[in-house]
Design a protein around this ligand. Structure first.
Ligand SMILES: [Zn+2]
Length: 119
């Protein structure tokens, strides 16, 4: 449990770093929203992430910014039958032929996709 909170905390710090790097000079702007793409494989709990983000951004240019999280499902491609499947949960076999010879083609994203700034 503690390890998990640490995970979200470091992710929140990383996101804040990315946003700050992308802010216009002067840092006088307020960030309204940060859009994120988070793959299910990252195992991030959105509630914990939001909690850490809010705690870390108090009294900064990001204070009050909304985290807008877009969840990316896990997508696999089978090296055997070539079928591409979106899966729920963590089943790492091809749903079409049952082969374990698969590769992940989506679901491990952790990206800031958009930063909304108010002026
Ligand atoms: Zn297959």
């Amino acid at each position: 449990m503690k390890a998990h909170v640490m995970h979200e905390l470091s992710v929140a710090q990383e996101i804040i770093g990315i946003v700050q790097e992308n802010l216009p000079d002067g840092n006088t702007h307020c960030v309204k929203a940060v859009k994120l793409k988070i793959g299910k494989l990252t195992n991030i709990l959105p509630d914990s992430l939001t909690f850490c983000f809010e705690a870390l951004t108090k009294d900064t240019a990001l204070d009050g910014a909304q985290l807008d999280i877009q969840h990316i499902p896990i997508t696999l491609q089978c090296n055997g039958c070539r079928v591409v499947s979106e899966i729920e949960g963590f089943i790492f076999a091809c749903p079409s032929c049952g082969s374990a010879d698969i590769k992940t083609i989506a679901g491990d994203e952790l990206q800031v996709s958009e930063i909304e700034i108010s002026d």
